[in-house]
Design a protein around this ligand. Sequence first.
Ligand SMILES: Nc1ncnc2c1ncn2[C@@H]1O[C@H](COP(=O)(O)O)[C@@H](OP(=O)(O)O)[C@H]1O
Ligand SMILES: [Mg+2]
Length: 269
Amino acid sequence: MRSETQPRKGAPVPPAGALADDHAFAAWAATVAGEALLELRGSGLEGTELKDAGDLASHELLMELLATHAPDDSVLSEEEHRGTRSLHSRLTSSRVWIIDPVDGTREFSEPPRDDWAVHVALWQDGELVAGAVAQPGLGQTFHTGEPPVVPVSTALQPRIAVSRTRPPAFIDTLAQELGALLVPMGSAGAKVVSVARGLTDAYVHAGGQFEWDSAAPVAVARSAGLHASRIDGSPLLYNQADVMLPDLVVCRPELADPILAFLASHPTD
Ligand SMILES: Nc1ncnc2c1ncn2[C@@H]1O[C@H](COP(=O)(O)O)[C@@H](OP(=O)(O)O)[C@H]1O
Ligand SMILES: [Mg+2]
C-alpha cells in the first residue's frame, strides 16, 4: 500500500483495491479524468476555450489524485507549465507517473468525435509497469490490469492508423508497399487502442511526439501482446532528460518485420 495524504472533501474516491494496485489506480484515475472532460465538453465551451479548459481541468484533477494517493511518486505531465507541478524531481525518482491529460486535444474540441483520450502510465526503475488509456467518447478505459484481447484479424489488407493532421512523409509509400489501407485518426492513445481493438493493425508515427503521447498507450499495447518500438526497431525509452520521443510503431506482432524492414530501407525524415 502506498502512503496517502488527506483527500479534499468532495474529491473522487478510488474503488477498493485501487490503492494497492498500480494498474487499477491508473485505470481509475484516467477514467475519472475522462468523465470530467465529458462533462466539460457538454458545458457550452468551444474551440480553443474548450481545449484549454480541458487540458487544465484534467491536469489539475490528475495531479490532485496523484498528490493524494501517490505522494511519494513523481509526475511528468504534458501540462507541467500549468499551476500544479510534481513535488519530486522525476530524474531521481524510482516511480514516475507519465500523464497526458488530453491526448488528441484537437479532436476533443470537435464533438461528437471520440478519437481523444486520457493517458496515465507508471514508469518504475527504467520500465513502463502500468498504464491506462481512457477513451471517454467510447465510455471505455483500456488498461494493463485487464489487457485487451486483440481479436483475430479477418481484414483482407493491413489497416494502418495514422495521424489525421500530421502523418509521416513516408506513409503513402509504406501503405503502397504493404498493400495497406490508411486510417486517419486523432490521438496517439486512440490509434493504439484501435490496434488493440482489432479496428486497425498498426500505428506508425514519425516527425514529432513526446513521452506522454505514447507511454500509457505503449504500456497497454505491450500488455495485449502487440509490438511497440521506435521506427528503427530500437526500444522506446521513458523518463529521459529529453522528453521528445518523435516516432513509434505499434502493431500486430506479425507486421513488425515487414514494417521495420520498409522503414530501414526508406528515408524517414
Ligand atoms: N509532429 C509532431 N510534433 C509534436 N507533437 C506531435 C506531432 N505529431 C503528433 N504529435 C502529438 O501526438 C499526439 C497525437 O497526435 P495526432 O492526433 O496528430 O496523431 C498529439 O498530442 P496532444 O493532443 O496531447 O497534443 C499531438 O500533439
Ligand atoms: Mg498527447
